[in-house]
Design a binder for this molecule. Structure first.
Ligand code: NAD
Length: 279
């Protein structure tokens, strides 16, 4: 592909591999689902997939142009979607986002809390407190704020399901990503804790732990930053399936966890990583 030709190290075989597109199903039919970070990458793929399954999708993102375009594309394809601008790290913005979803679609059945940012690529002593707090604020506090308002809404109408995007970095350490790994470990802890409250909320809460997924977050650096790419080479061989992930790989797992096909699955952090953590 164009991208694999530009790639600074030899990984063509891994990048060429793709996912088979699945036929339209009704796994999420008529469910009203929020997707945060739905303007790009994993969130955008999830919003598309959920809409193909018959869900009514609210894309919530701080990027207004890309978010609105993502919702419009779903509608043009015959699906049902809308967009609301939201900063997940802002309590009032998240409350307004959940209220807007309920006002627009008439309720809330599920949420994929996926918005996130990446790390500053510094070792701990070089990381400023502002850099640390920025990642914790969006990746961890943002998931808390979304869950707080979403679960409050869901429990009023009999419950629902939540999937949070953590990362393999939540459980496996690497240099230069302390603030990111900590934020994602926090998401898995929050997921477990909230899942225990099912008796009061009737909301299942699970997380996904993506391996390296080719999205705008990673691709830019992968293709333009030789140092970053070289650092990833040893990581690639640990994705046992022989390639990095595609956004749809994660979207498929989130779809299943949000569906009614797994009512007994609650509190897990599911690796979606081509075997990375196992290795
Ligand atoms: P991406 O950059 O393509 O998409 C992230 C989206 O989140 C963007 O649309 C962005 O505008 C939005 N966003 C960021 N901050 C926000 C905020 N404060 N409020 C609302 N929206 C905000 O990235 P992606 O790779 O699709 O990442 C999605 C999630 O997956 C992130 O939580 C990321 O940490 C996680 N993840 C990604 C990988 C990977 O390899 N790409 C691996 C593990 C985990």
């Amino acid at each position: 592909t164009e991208k694999s030709r530009k790639f600074p190290i030899k990984m063509t075989v891994f990048l060429a591999s793709g996912l088979e597109v699945e036929e339209r199903t009704d796994m999420l039919k008529d469910k009203i689902i929020i997707v945060t970070g739905g303007a790009s990458g994993i969130g955008r793929a999830a919003a598309n997939l959920f809409a193909q399954d018959g869900a009514r999708v609210m894309i919530a993102d701080r990027s207004a142009d890309a978010g609105a375009a993502a919702a419009e594309a779903i509608c043009a394809d015959g699906g049902e979607a809308a967009f609301v601008a939201c900063d997940v790290a802002d309590d009032e913005s998240v409350a307004a986002m959940v209220a807007a979803t309920v006002a627009h679609f008439g309720g809330l059945d599920g949420a994929f809390n996926n918005a996130g940012i990446e790390f500053a690529s510094k070792i701990v002593p070089d990381l400023s407190y502002a850099e640390w707090r920025r990642v914790i604020d969006i990746n961890l506090n943002g998931v808390f704020l979304c869950m707080k308002h979403e679960i409050a809404q869901m429990r009023r109408t009999g419950g629902g399901a939540i999937v949070n995007t953590a990362s393999g970095a939540a459980v496996a350490a690497s240099p230069n990503m302390a603030e990111y790994a900590t934020s994602k470990a926090g998401v898995t802890g929050l997921t477990r804790a909230a899942s225990c409250e099912f008796g009061e909320t009737q909301v299942r809460v699970n997380a996904v732990l993506p391996g390296l997924i080719l999205t705008p977050m990673t691709e830019e650096r992968l293709f333009n930053d030789a140092g970053f790419a070289a650092a990833l080479e040893p990581l690639l061989v640990r994705h046992s399936v022989g390639r990095f992930g595609q956004p749809d790989d994660v979207a498929q797992a989130a779809r299943w966890l949000l569906s009614d096909l797994c009512p007994f699955v609650n509190g897990i952090s599911l690796p979606v990583d081509g075997g990375l953590l196992a290795r």
